[in-house]
Design a protein around this ligand. Structure first.
Ligand SMILES: Nc1ncnc2c1ncn2[C@@H]1O[C@H](COP(=O)(O)OP(=O)(O)OP(=O)(O)O)[C@@H](O)[C@H]1O
Length: 308
């Protein structure tokens, strides 16, 4: 199946001379949740703006649902629902009128049955006659999503969906997003929260300095980087590793006082018990142990530092 969004060699240079996007290539598949992760100023908002046809592209192409965002902007935009970072609602309007009006703005015929379905899926149905101003912050965010879905888009952009939201509400929002994905909507979210990307996304794209540094299946990413290290501080410096320990992934520090053992957290056995027994058998005494789990955060920081 053709990707729902195809981005080829996308470059955006602002009038100020800032290269906000630098030859970005990315395909987004129908029905996935992809998280774009990057530090401030990485280019995430610019990328979303380019896909939504809100800024002029410097070079390259973007298609959404097969429509080129520059050649057929209205058709391309009609495929997209955008939930911006800031809550922007008419506080005197009711929830129901808000979603109906937004649907109308996209030139779609009224379809109350569809809008009812959207409000129900967001647990907003019992609030449909409430004025926006009477809603909690979490509910207001849901109304923003309902509005973005009102014209039946195929793709939903969530720009920092849980910024400044407490942990309980964040989890709530994750459930809502998963439900939407299950209903067939493709979801692209930007986030600063690594945990959010790890928890929610089928794929993670890391962006920095206007470049996509990596796009990887979340599970694969965690697997390839989900390694643990165990640091063993030795009582006596070790001149060299005895042959009896050569089967282990052990690194000796230059001063010979530390051994670092690396193992896969997903393996059935870590091999630690046997390794420690073999150390003892080789008369190597351990003073202290310290373990460290490499996380997506490490991956992210390494990638971002390398390109800084
Ligand atoms: N309208 C603009 N005019 C000039 N430069 C801009 C404009 N918008 C963004 N930039 C610059 O482009 C670069 C990318 O910004 P962008 O807003 O896309 O990053 P971001 O990843 O969304 O950051 P944040 O996480 O802070 O929202 C930054 O250097 C920013 O200063």
């Amino acid at each position: 199946m053709a990707p729902i969004i195809e981005i080829k060699n996308l470059t955006k240079t602002y009038g100020s001379g800032t290269h906000a996007l630098d030859h970005v290539n990315l395909n987004i598949e129908k029905g996935e949740i992809i998280a774009l992760l990057g530090p401030n100023g990485a280019g995430k908002t610019t990328l979303i703006s380019a896909i939504c046809g809100m800024i002029k592209i410097s070079s390259g192409t973007v298609t959404v649902g097969g429509f080129d965002v520059e050649k057929e902007p209205r058709k391309a935009r009609a495929q997209i629902g955008l939930v911006p970072q800031e809550i922007a609602l008419d506080i005197f309007e009711t929830v129901w009128n808000s979603v109906r009006l937004t649907r109308g703005l996209f030139g779609r015929k009224p379809d109350d049955a569809y809008l009812e379905e959207v409000l129900k899926s967001l647990s907003l149905w019992d609030k449909k006659d409430a004025k926006n101003m009477a809603l909690s912050g979490g509910m207001k965010r849901r109304v923003m999503i309902a509005k973005a879905l009102s014209h039946q888009p195929k793709v939903l952009f969530l720009d920092e969906p849980t910024a400044g939201v407490d942990v309980a509400l964040r989890r709530d929002m994750w459930d809502v997003v998963r439900k939407l994905r299950d209903s067939g909507v493709t979801i692209i979210l930007t986030t600063h929260y690594i945990e959010e990307a790890e928890e929610m996304a089928d794929r993670i794209g890391v962006i920095n300095g206007g470049k996509i540094l990596l796009v990887e299946n979340t599970a694969t990413l965690m697997q390839s980087f989900g390694r643990k290290t165990l640091k063993l501080s030795l009582v006596e410096p070790l001149a060299e590793l005895p042959a009896s320990l050569s089967d282990y992934d052990l690194q000796r520090s230059q001063d010979g006082l530390t051994l670092t053992y690396t193992y896969d957290t997903r393996a059935e056995r870590s091999g630690i018990t046997r390794m420690i027994a073999d150390l003892a058998a080789a008369s190597i005494s351990v003073r202290d142990l310290e373990s460290h789990q490499s996380s997506l955060e490490d991956v992210f920081l390494t990638l971002v530092e390398e390109t800084a």
